[in-house]
Design a protein around this ligand. Structure first.
Ligand code: MGD
Ligand code: MGD
Ligand code: MO
Length: 783
């Protein structure tokens, strides 16, 4: 296989950083050139064009970069800059040669950066690190499965094994994987969603009976007002900008709520339109509220308060009485609660002015149809569940759920994270689902909840986890408290990582470890019954097919389904009542089971072949049916938190740069925020820098402060003056993860609260307080 020599590790030190002016618009021509350039360079023009023009097409493959939905009418280039990067990263012809593993011991790879690891190329053969050795070595698939089977069968309890999933796994594979875990006897099925939209699922599930988007794609163009909260679509869902541009042209107003001024929310230059190439593009946000981090629930309550005031001034004209009477409960209690909202507390918690809040209230009241979208800026706070319930409250007051052009719109992250949940990847699937599994497959699934992502690390630390299997992902880097997570992973007996590319988790292991290399989404999946397609579910509940396009990079790769089947056969032998071999040979057989177990998948195979996909039923969206105990949508009363920040401290969030996909780093640049050549940056308001006596561009250490008094610190970051709200700061993840204690999570959802961490900045060489001990993990020592 052709492949170029691996890149040299480059210094990631903050001293290398070049800081320019942040941009005020997103995409446009640079978006296209930035996307095609690296693809052409890595894959050649032919392979690039063939893949890129196939992406997100009805008979092509689904982009793996995010869960943004597809429009009905697709263009030739139905992809964005970051989708192109994701494809290039996966379909690169660069591969890791067998000699790499004898030349590089696992200890010698410890100080390599995540960027360097990913750049080594695709994993092309199964690898095994035996106990007592410091190197991975090639192993046959048969031996790999045999060892995994022996270790799993040798456990005292099935709960000594944990099965993690990252959200790229397709529906069929996810279904087979959870089925295997439950047939084996455990609900230990943590996933990336535990760190992502878990707070959304809980808040929406409890209030409207379903944790998914209440809108369809076409609703954007019918909205009068779209409020985008805690989301950076210019980087993380770039194709959403096209939907926003269309909405704008159809007359919608857009309001952005975000501590940072994000280029993609200010102005959009559509690379697929002449206007976008030579003109000024489309201005997006009509109002930009630079809120204090964690203040969104307060903002929602303040708007709800104004809705009630407007109703009092003009009775019968403001609230949607018909909707509220017929479909909702809890109105009076909520009204009594927000009537007494303290305006001063709102201003403190949001950092906004009364005039700004009044203006948003006016926009809300004048709009017939309102969509509120959100992502990680709402879900990763201590009281995230309450914050999202306040979003639902505000929408319900004026009937903005279950009518065209309106709704609650959580935008999912990983391309099939929503589908994985539909398929049963969850440590706490409800009894009804488990009953269906039992009826379909004839075994008794375990009933007690398993571990979520945070609990999985806690179990490792407590020595309770003997076997870890990860279907994709890189949990050790993605989870909070890097140092604790590393210590946990080093205690696991056998660590099995099913992956496409090398990452930190392959090196953070205990006695034994395995890397099982799998086909990526771009590659043809050939099985006994012929080439196989898979399906995914996007953010608006559309199920559609995805088919690989190019020849696999190595003939030693297996599909994820084949790996699940191989492990299952190694554990259960050939007399399992479940036909694992049949699953592997023909994925239609898995779809037939899905049809029997999960609602909405009737005639799954037929509909897929005929229409290439379908939309799942959704009670609130389709018929204002709310699957709650009372059958009504619940308007809830929530006591909100106000995160105290002692003098001289800042509220830190960790988010994504433009050139990364979660823990995968494509380059060290963050173009829209004006940062180049290093990721070790902390963005701070210029007045806060002045107050703290820190110069713009000064190198500092960042310490977080929690009641456990452990000194969690990351070293050598450049403080950069940036348009963020006062008192708030921002850095990137995973670099910021060592600062977040494992137990610092959202109430109810247990999602790491990595968007509101109290920190203090210490100029380097000016340590004012003694260090108890440094808990910074190896992530920060790179470079
Ligand atoms: N290119 C690319 N695409 C991706 C990903 C990627 O890494 N790269 N990741 C995928 C995944 S898994 C996910 S979950 C999504 C994530 O998509 P996003 O949620 O957009 O991701 P973040 O970068 O974490 O951005 C959070 C945004 O919320 C803002 N924010 C932070 N705190 C607050 C707050 O308290 N209130 C408000 N109102 N705003 C706040 C931040 O300033 C930032 O703009 O993207 C998906 N798509
Ligand atoms: N501080 C902070 N921490 C965060 C977040 C944050 O905003 N701030 N965001 C959180 C969120 S929203 C999420 S979703 C998690 C992400 O957590 P994860 O999902 O665990 O992490 P990823 O970086 O998406 O996983 C990347 C790895 O997946 C593997 N991979 C890629 N493609 C495939 C494939 O097709 N098949 C298989 N089997 N493997 C593949 C590759 O080996 C790659 O290294 O991180 C969370 N952590
Ligand atoms: Mo995510």
């Amino acid at each position: 296989m052709v492949g170029k020599a691996p890149v040299e590790d480059i210094s990631e030190a903050a001293t290398e950083m070049e800081v320019g002016k942040p941009k005020e618009w997103a995409a446009g021509v640079p978006g296209v050139t930035h996307s095609m350039g690296p693809a052409f360079k890595e894959m050649g023009v032919g392979r690039s064009l063939s893949l890129l023009t196939d992406m997100n097409q009805k008979d092509g493959f689904d982009c793996m970069s995010c869960a943004w939905p597809d429009p009905d009418h697709r263009k030739t280039f139905e992809f964005c800059e970051n989708g192109a990067k994701a494809v290039t990263w996966e379909a690169t012809p660069v591969t890791i040669p067998t000699t790499f593993w004898s030349e590089n011991s696992i200890s010698s790879l410890q100080d390599k950066s995540e960027y360097w690891l990913g750049m080594q190329g695709r994993l092309i053969e199964p690898l095994y690190k035996p106990k007592g050795k410091d190197n991975y070595e090639p192993i046959d698939w048969a031996d790999a499965f045999r060892i995994i089977g022996e270790r799993l069968r040798g456990l005292d309890s099935p709960n000594e094994a944990t099965f993690y999933t990252s959200g790229r796994t397709a529906n069929e594979t996810a279904f087979a994987y959870q089925l295997f875990a439950r047939a084996f006897g455990t609900n230990n099925l943590p996933d990336c969603s535990n760190m992502c939209h878990e707070s959304t699922g809980l808040a929406m599930g409890q209030t409207i009976g379903i944790g998914k988007n209440t809108i369809a794609y076409k609703d954007f163009a019918k909205a009068d007002l779209i409020i985008i909260m805690g989301q950076n679509p210019g980087t993380n869902h770039p194709r959403m900008l096209t939907a926003l541009e269309e909405a704008k042209e159809a007359g919608a107003e857009i309001v952005a709520v975000n501590p940072l001024l994000e280029a993609g929310l200010i102005r959009y230059k559509n690379p697929q339109r002449v206007k976008g190439i030579i003109g000024h593009g489309t201005g997006l946000a009509d109002q930009y509220l630079q809120i204090r981090a964690g203040g969104d629930g307060w903002l929602m309550q303040a708007i709800s308060q104004r809705v009630f005031q407007a109703e009092a001034a003009n009775p019968g004209t403001v609230l949607d009485h018909k909707f509220l009477d017929q479909y909702c409960s809890g109105l009076e209690e909520f009204q009594a609660h927000v009537e007494h909202l303290d305006p001063e507390a709102v201003l403190r918690a949001t950092g906004l002015t009364t005039a700004q809040i009044d203006e948003l209230a006016e926009r809300y009241l004048k709009a017939d149809n309102v969509i509120i979208t959100w992502a990680m800026g709402l879900t990763q706070h201590k009281d995230a569940v309450a914050i999202i319930k306040e979003v639902v409250n505000l929408l319900l007051l004026r009937g903005n759920i279950g009518k065209p052009g309106s709704g609650a719109s959580p935008i999912r992250g990983h391309s099939n994270v929503q589908g994985d949940r539909t398929m049963g990847i969850w440590e706490q699937m409800p009894p009804a689902f488990l009953d269906k599994l039992q009826a379909e497959f004839g075994f008794d699934p375990p009933r007690e909840n398993g571990y979520d992502a945070v609990q999985a690390i806690e179990a490792m630390l407590a020595g309770k986890t003997k076997v870890w299997v990860a279907m994709g992902g890189n949990l050790v880097s993605a989870i909070s408290d890097t140092h604790a997570a590393e210590a946990g992973f080093r205690k696991v007996g056998l660590n099995v990582q099913i992956s496409t590319k090398l990452n930190r988790n392959h090196l953070t292991i205990g006695d034994e470890a395995m890397i099982l290399p799998v086909l990526g989404r771009t590659e043809i999946d050939m099985q006994a019954a012929g080439p196989q397609m898979l399906t995914v579910e996007d953010s608006v509940c559309a199920i559609h097919a995805t088919r690989g396009k190019v020849k696999p990079i190595s003939d030693k790769l297996k599909s994820e389904m084949a790996v699940v089947s191989g492990i299952a056969r190694a554990v259960f032998g050939d007399d399992s009542p479940i036909d694992w071999t049949g699953f592997e040979n023909n994925y239609d057989t898995v779809r037939d089971h899905i049809e029997h177990v999960i609602k909405g998948f009737d005639n799954f195979n037929e509909r897929l072949k005929k229409d290439n996909g379908f939309i799942l039923p959704h009670g609130p969206r389709d018929s204002r049916t709310f699957n709650t105990p009372s059958g009504k949508a619940l308007i809830t009363v929530n006591e909100l938190e106000y995160i105290q920040c002692p003098p001289g401290r800042l509220l830190l969030q960790s988010m994504r740069a433009h050139d990364q996909f979660n823990t995968t780093i494509y380059s060290l640049d963050d173009r829209y925020r004006g940062i180049k050549k290093s990721r070790r940056v902390i963005f701070v308001h210029p007045d806060d820098l002045a107050e703290l006596g820190i110069k713009d561009g000064e190198l500092i250490d960042v310490h977080s402060e929690f009641s456990d008094n452990v000194d969690r610190v990351v070293h050598g970051f450049k403080a950069v003056a940036f348009p963020t709200s006062r008192g708030c700061a921002a850095t990137y993840f995973p670099e910021g993860n060592p600062l977040v204690p494992l137990g610092f999570t959202a109430e109810g959802s247990n999602t790491p609260a990595s968007k509101s961490v109290v920190v203090r900045l210490e100029p380097i060489g000016n340590i004012r307080e003694p260090r108890l001990h440094s808990s910074e993990g190896s992530l920060a020592t790179a470079g």
